[in-house]
Design a protein around this ligand. Structure first.
Ligand SMILES: C[S@@+](CC[C@H](N)C(=O)[O-])C[C@H]1O[C@@H](n2cnc3c(N)ncnc32)[C@H](O)[C@@H]1O
Length: 227
């Protein structure tokens, strides 16, 4: 378990402070925009033939990815931090198919589910773990793609709170990439979504996954006939 008094904590705490500072300065070294954009283009197709996609970006930041998504269709771009939201709005002001919302996505996605909204693409790109969106975020997609950013547990500060959080979602405090992917795929089945990994990129302290998501009939998926 985590030892509050270990020397390691000082080093890790310093690293944590540096990361927080980079977040507040919105550093590209933290957001990896080029890798994420390449993955989006690889997954959705480089030259967008389908410009009718309905896209939900839950953590739009200043809009690095919003601009790319707007080439594929209409985008709902959520951002909670007011100073970042103002920059986002300014960055996308010429894009008529982008609508920006200043909301807390961890709460607001429940509203979208309640409104029976469906999307072709959902992008989950928080600074921390995305686990609180699962499994219900799958209700927002019947057929489409989900991009998920996942901090690597083993390079992050695993204090008692983080460990308990990870145990509650994955059954272990330090799940590896394979366990995380398997669990996300299983969470899909909670709402009868067949989920398959399309791609995974490694960006220093995070993985970024793209998954295909398809609604399936429970009877057909399991081969069980209802009488
Ligand atoms: C990793 S950054 C997003 C980067 C962006 N996708 C990009 O590629 O440029 C995470 C963003 O989520 C915002 N954020 C933090 N908590 C949030 C919440 N509860 N709801 C919506 N946005 C939030 C942060 O202010 C930050 O801009």
């Amino acid at each position: 378990m985590f030892d509050e008094k270990s020397n390691d904590k000082t080093y890790r705490a310093i690293r944590h402070d540096i990361t927080r500072k980079k977040q507040s300065e919105y550093c590209d070294t933290l957001h990896h925009p080029n890798q994420k954009i390449n993955q989006i283009k690889k997954t959705l197709g480089d030259a967008p033939s389908n410009k009718d996609l309905k896209i939900l970006e839950l953590f739009a930041g200043q809009g690095n990815l919003t601009k790319v998504y707007s080439e594929y269709g209409s985008v709902i771009a959520n951002e909670y931090k007011s100073s970042v939201f103002d920059i986002l709005k300014d960055n996308v002001k010429e894009m008529s198919l982008v609508s920006c919302n200043r909301v807390d996505s961890f709460l607001h996605f429940h509203q979208l589910i309640s409104d029976k909204q469906k999307f072709d693409v959902v992008d989950i790109d928080p600074y921390g773990f995305p686990n609180r969106f699962f499994p219900d975020v799958f209700l927002l997609i019947e057929q489409g793609v989900m991009f998920v950013t996942m901090p690597k547990p083993y390079v992050n500060i695993l204090n008692g709170i983080t460990q308990t959080h990870l145990i509650s979602y994955y059954g272990e405090y330090n799940p590896n990439q394979e366990s995380i992917i398997k669990r996300i795929v299983l969470w899909g089945l909670c709402h009868w979504r067949q989920v398959e990994l399309i791609d995974c990129i490694d960006c220093k302290s995070i993985w970024r996954f793209s998954f295909s998501v398809k609604k399936v009939k429970a009877t057909e998926y399991t081969g069980v006939k209802n009488r």
